[in-house]
Ligand binder design. Structure first.
Ligand SMILES: [Zn+2]
Length: 788
């Protein structure tokens, strides 16, 4: 076997380090608060955490008394010390006191809706103690969470900088959407999540409780909603589901209220209702029967708009909802409603006639309007996704803008309130490669094109955590650390956020997350490893930025650098350590020109590049990791009958022969994607090879319309013109398979051959059960390997 020289290099020089070890000033000038306060005037002195020995509240300050009990617990967690709560005596408090004071008359409740509430606060830190003042209890709570952050980052034996802090969030609506429809979360877990939200100044838990894939709210008198609608039945006998009882909900709502968080329930209508229809098929247009949906996506069967029984059910559901949830907002969804069934339904068409409506778009607006009146009758207001704008907004409706920010602009100009959570900046179910921390930090809920006179209509924003691919165990990794950037976007003062400064504060938080049981994922996936081939048959690997933006400028001054390595297989990774924290095998020396190695381990190798911090243990970026496979086809040109789509054409010049296989994510840059056509690839190996194994791997990800080929044909030739069939391989993976699957196909040539041809037959059109039924499928192939 020819041993290739392997040269690893990078496009960028080493980033400068800004934080030399042991060079900190006597008093840390950084106030490690996230979100940043409105103002911070350091006084140049400090107070030891250990010197703070009591909390004092005024005798008649009941709001402060209640909150002081929370602070006692937090202080113990941060420092290991229990400090008492005392009633203020006459005169100045003694040294070592934390004074909590509510100076005004605000209600002791969560302040959503905003406007009537003042969440500002002030904090004085002096060598003698700390005093916190706020006009309303919600402001005091925000200040206490800030003090908690200071104590956690200082630790039991640390010090706090002295000075004057003024805080208070920019927006009144600072939320997380939690999807409990696709995956459920335990009540204990949700309570902990609420604590994390509170720590970062969030005040809304938008709880998505009903979906095609599960109805999670027990409703008295409608037991089938949860007996049937809460459970998904899989073809292989598997079952998934569960629901929340009234007692569960009360626990969550009460826990949240104690932390000034409002739980806004979402009951999806008229779409995303398949679970309810499985329980009550008569509420659909066709009458069913239905199963609780096991496929993610958009489904045609929705509530029948012509059925009065639908609204009778909603009456009961809303009665129960308003009893459980004190929130003055109820979210009704309203998104992604296919109109196919309504178009074909005589009852829906009769409704259009009776109500003098202009078609099915109008019918959706009418449906939402009727739900809005049901809520108004109960003293509640409606929030819906931006689809509720089509056909006219219901009176008083608030719009949640997710398809960009246009919905928010339209709503605000029409005199409606808006909550902003665009896919571009707020969808935390997206991989950090698509939505990295620094991009979240640039989020401004006020759309740039919105006129100043309408800005007050923007209530705030939310980060949306859809859970199709995020079971409970993955929620921390998706949320953290991006939750901190969203906190900054929603609650710090307006204006450009300073990324290096933000990272310095964030590093301090990373240090205390283990104390809170928070398990962060990576912040970004900025690097990609790419193979490049020389005319001599050798190749080198480039660690390069994932996109074309000027990362060098963006990362300068952050204390981050690229670290790379490569290893022989099997990789000596520790099974209990996530990839981004694995020790790097055989790290290579960097020079200003990049780095290089003259030797390459024999056989297949593993290469990794990642961004990491020089100043502490923080691993900023998820690593780029590739396995490089030996192959006679390595770097050989490929002739294709049909080109892959540009978006899925791989990152290399020869993605099918770069030795790099793809992972389970179809968009990881190593897959070539062909839409509606076969893969038909010919590779000239350059010289005749004796008996070898030819193999390819294909992906099935039905949710992404990617199906395995029906069969793969392998052909060989000496001249590239006359072909001999070497073998055909089919498979028995059903097209109903919902998991993401990689399937290999291979053949042994059994003869000398110079040209290798692989034909993988496209599945054709999406099958009947599929949301894209009748439309073209994709084939995804990562690599053609030819091995002895
Ligand atoms: Zn109907």
């Amino acid at each position: 076997m020819k041993i290739l020289n392997l040269i690893m290099a990078a496009l960028l020089a080493v980033l400068p380090f800004t934080e030399a070890k042991g060079r900190l000033a006597v008093v840390d000038p950084i106030l490690p608060l996230i979100p940043a306060p409105r103002a911070w005037q350091p006084a140049g002195q400090e107070i030891a955490v250990a010197d703070l020995v009591r909390i004092v509240v005024a005798v008649d300050d009941q709001a402060a008394s209640r909150q002081a009990e929370l602070l006692v617990g937090w202080w113990h967690q941060a420092t290991g010390r229990r400090i008492p709560v005392q009633i203020a005596g006459p005169g100045e408090p003694p040294a070592g006191t934390i004074v909590l004071r509510v100076t005004g008359q605000g209600p002791d409740t969560a302040p959503v809706v905003p406007g009537a509430h003042d969440e500002t606060w002030e904090m004085d830190l002096t060598p003698d103690g700390i005093e916190i003042r706020a006009p309303e209890p919600a402001g005091l709570f925000g200040a206490m969470e800030s003090l908690r952050q200071l104590a956690l980052s200082a630790g039991a034996n640390g010090t706090l900088p002295c000075g004057h802090v003024i805080g208070g969030p920019r927006f009144g609506w600072r939320g997380l959407l939690l999807d409990s429809g696709r995956h459920l979360q335990d009540v204990d877990f949700i309570e902990d999540l609420i604590d994390l939200l509170a720590l970062y100044g969030f005040n809304v838990l938008h709880w998505h409780l009903t979906e095609d894939q599960g109805w999670r709210l027990e409703v008295p008198g409608h037991q089938a909603l949860t007996d049937i609608g809460a459970w998904r039945n899989y073809g292989d006998g598997g079952r998934y589901g569960g629901f929340y009882t009234a007692a569960d909900i009360r626990r969550v709502v009460s826990h949240a209220a104690d932390r000034f968080i409002t739980v806004v329930p979402e009951i999806e209508l008229p779409g995303h209702a398949k679970a309810a229809l499985a329980a009550y098929p008569e509420l659909s247009c066709t009458g069913g029967p239905f199963e609780v949906e096991t496929q993610w996506g958009i489904h045609e069967d929705v509530f029948c708009a012509g059925s009065d029984a639908v609204f009778a059910l909603l009456e009961d559901v809303f009665d129960h909802v308003v009893e459980l949830f004190p929130s003055r907002y109820v979210h009704i969804g309203g998104d992604e409603v296919p109109k196919d069934r309504w178009l074909a339904c005589s009852r829906c068409q009769a409704r259009i006639t009776d109500e003098n409506l202009d078609g099915v778009q109008d019918l959706q607006s009418w449906f939402v309007g009727r739900a809005a009146r049901q809520l108004a009758d109960r003293g509640r207001r409606l929030v819906g996704w931006d689809e509720i704008i089509a056909g006219g907004l219901a009176e008083g409706a608030t719009v949640q803008s997710w398809r960009g920010t246009r919905g928010a602009v339209t709503a605000a100009r029409a005199g409606h309130d808006a909550v902003v959570s665009p896919t571009s900046h707020a969808y935390f179910d997206y991989d950090v490669g698509e939505l990295p921390l620094e991009k979240v930090l640039t989020f401004d809920p006020v759309p740039a094109e919105l006129e100043p006179e309408h800005h007050h209509r923007i209530l705030g924003g939310e980060m949306n955590l859809w859970t199709e691919y995020v079971p409970q165990t993955e929620i921390h990794r998706q949320l953290v650390p991006r939750i901190t950037a969203m906190a900054e976007a929603l609650a710090a003062p307006a204006g450009t956020k300073d990324f290096p400064g933000f990272l310095r504060r964030l590093h301090r938080h990373e240090g205390f997350w283990p104390v809170l049981g928070v398990m962060p994922g990576p912040a970004s996936r900025p690097l990609q490893i790419r193979a490049e081939f020389g005319t001599d048959g050798g190749y080198r690997l480039l660690a390069h930025w994932r996109d074309d933006e000027d990362h060098a400028a963006r990362f300068s001054g952050t204390g981050l650098r690229i670290q790379t390595g490569l290893a022989s297989r099997p990789a000596q990774w520790r099974a209990d350590v996530p990839p981004e924290k694995q020790p790097l095998p055989a790290p290579l020396e960097w020079t200003s020109a990049g780095f290089s190695a003259n030797t390459r381990p024999p056989g297949d190798i593993l290469a990794m590049a990642r961004l990491e911090s020089d100043s502490d243990t923080m691993v900023y970026g998820a690593p780029a990791v590739v396995e490089l496979h030996e192959s006679l086809a390595l770097g050989r040109p490929v002739t294709l009958v049909h080109e892959p789509r540009e978006r899925y054409a791989g990152y290399d010049s020869f993605p099918l022969t770069d030795g790099v296989r793809g992972g389970l994510r179809f968009n990881d840059g190593h897959w070539s994607g062909f839409e509606a056509v076969d893969l038909d690839a010919t590779i000239d190996l350059g010289s005749q090879s004796v008996d070898a194994e030819i193999s390819i791997r294909c992906l099935q990800d039905a949710n992404a319309w990617i199906f395995l080929p029906t069969e793969v044909r392998f052909l060989g030739s000496d001249d590239g013109e006359s072909w001999q069939e070497l073998g055909v391989e089919a498979h028995d993976v059903p097209d109903t398979e919902q998991r993401v699957i990689i399937r290999g196909f291979s053949v042994r040539t059994g003869r000398k051959t110079r040209f290798v041809r692989v034909v993988a037959t496209n599945h054709g059109i999406c099958p009947d059960w599929h949301p894209g039924r009748g439309k073209a499928c994709w084939i995804f192939v990562d690599e053609v390997l030819v091995r002895k």
